[in-house]
Design a protein around this ligand. Structure first.
Ligand code: FAD
Length: 415
């Protein structure tokens, strides 16, 4: 049977795209495939912010989402290279939580279950695309080792950071300064956990960071992420660095003393959006990590993956209505996507570069926020996972922390 749309990958990008597409086109017209059976794990920090919540609301699954086993998040704890630690609350406990930490085993299964209700689903490993006259016409792959071709008018590739589709089309080549690698290790019994996520900006990793995110039942998601170029330049072994921070860093060593790791340290890739990749072709749209849409400052990819899914479904539906699957028309997806996420990516990339070149600014920011309540309130609204952070790398904001001459130098060196 031929479909109107095939979605490759039933992770957050693919399942959200399948739900939007099926709403517009009907269940039998949309097929979503994944090589994995759900529930399946995905190495991640597991934190979701306001962008994910907004999509859940639009899809009508927000109430169920808030009831999934997970931890409500109301704020962020930050520490700077000189060890200054601040606690920022981005919402009051009487308001709906602005963020959640759900294990991806839980979140992705919830999304996949909803995608399966909305659209056709198959466990199917895509190994190639059907391309005729330079137009993508479907997928080739296998189910239980049985080779099969499945045709569709349009294909949406949501096959993650190591996307086969992006590789096939030569679109997967982020330079090492636009590529992050991060680790994850679940723990039980870390002391001093709260309902805030913790981001620790450690000198040897900057602008990368070490995180501790709370989970229910006394568990925590612990990890460390770093730009690949910095990792190579500074000869950092990420797994060793993760374990060293846990054992030796004065901020954490007592907290981890009686904690138990629930798994070995695991690592995975984060292609980041400071490198803008082409995300469309004839008969094809590329979504989420497969299109390198992760925030270069925070490593947050779930929100942008879901936003790309919503816009891709909208443009795929328009393409089907017009019968036009050409690159020329599908470019509209790329335009709308970057209108939606571009300004924030630009601001956060700028901040990432400023943090790396002028790490004293991070110390100054934390010290000022720890002493000056009105400044702290201002910062609370601008942080990763809370939305509205475009302002934080602006000249006006930097002037809070540095002399005019220093600001000029920073702005000259920032992208
Ligand atoms: C260590 C780490 C920590 C992170 N922390 C956070 C965080 O706390 N918050 C946040 O927002 N983001 C975080 N991210 C980023 C986030 O994990 C990704 O942005 C997100 O998973 C992107 O979703 P996706 O649907 O595009 O891809 P994925 O979640 O990777 O899903 C891709 C799906 O495609 C399927 N697939 C792949 N190849 C094929 C194939 N050939 N055939 C069929 N199916 C296929 C896979 O099985 C998978 O189900 C982190 C990433 C890492 C590595």
């Amino acid at each position: 049977m031929d479909y109107d749309a095939i979605v490759i990958g039933c992770g957050p990008a693919g399942s959200v795209a399948a739900m939007y597409l099926a709403k517009a086109l009907g269940k039998e017209k949309v097929l979503v495939v994944d090589k994995a059976a759900f529930p399946r794990d995905k190495i991640c920090g597991d934190a979701q912010g306001r962008k994910a919540a907004a999509i859940m609301k639009e899809l009508g699954i927000y109430e169920e989402y808030t009831k999934l086993p997970g931890q409500k998040i109301y704020g962020i704890t930050l520490s700077s290279p000189n060890g200054t630690q601040i606690h920022l609350d981005v919402a009051s406990r009487s308001e709906p939580a602005p963020g959640y930490v759900h294990r991806r085993m839980v979140l992705d299964n919830f999304l996949a279950e909803n995608a399966k209700k909305a659209a056709a689903f198959r466990i199917f490993n895509v190994t190639d695309l059907i391309i005729e006259n330079n137009i993508v016409k479907g997928v080739i792959g296998n189910e239980n080792g049985q080779r099969e071709e499945i045709r569709a008018k349009i294909v949406l590739a949501a096959d993650g950071a190591n996307s086969l589709v992006a590789q096939k089309l030569g679109l997967n080549k982020n330079p090492p300064e636009h590529f992050i690698v991060a680790t994850r290790q679940y723990y039980k019994g870390v002391k001093g956990m709260t309902d805030r996520i913790e981001l620790h900006l450690i000198k040897s990793l900057i602008p990368g960071y070490f995180w501790i995110f709370p989970l229910p039942n006394g568990e925590a998601n612990v990890g460390l992420g770093m730009i690949v170029k910095d990792m190579h330049d500074r000869k950092v072994n990420l797994k060793e660095a993760t374990l060293r921070e846990i054992k030796e860093n004065p901020l954490f060593k007592e907290r981890f003393k009686d904690a138990t790791p629930l798994e070995d340290v695991k690592g995975w890739n984060l292609p980041v959006a400071s490198y803008r990749r082409k995300s469309f072709g004839n008969g094809l749209l590329i979504l989420g990590d497969a299109a390198s849409l992760i925030d270069p400052l925070s490593g947050e990819g779930l929100g942008n993956a879901m936003i790309s899914a919503r816009i891709a479904a909208q443009i795929a539906t328009e393409a089907l209505q017009r019968g036009d699957f050409s690159e020329g028309f599908l470019k509209k997806y790329d335009t709308l996507l970057w209108e939606a996420i571009g300004p924030e990516i630009k601001a956060n990339y700028r901040l990432q570069v400023i943090g790396k070149k002028f790490p004293f600014m991070i110390d100054r920011l934390m010290v000022k926020a720890s002493k000056d309540e009105s400044f702290r309130k201002k910062v609370e609204k601008l942080l990763p996972y809370t939305g509205g952070r475009k302002e934080i790398g602006s000249e006006e904001f930097l002037t809070n922390l540095a002399e005019k001459k220093e600001v000029e130098k920073m702005l000259a060196e920032a992208p």
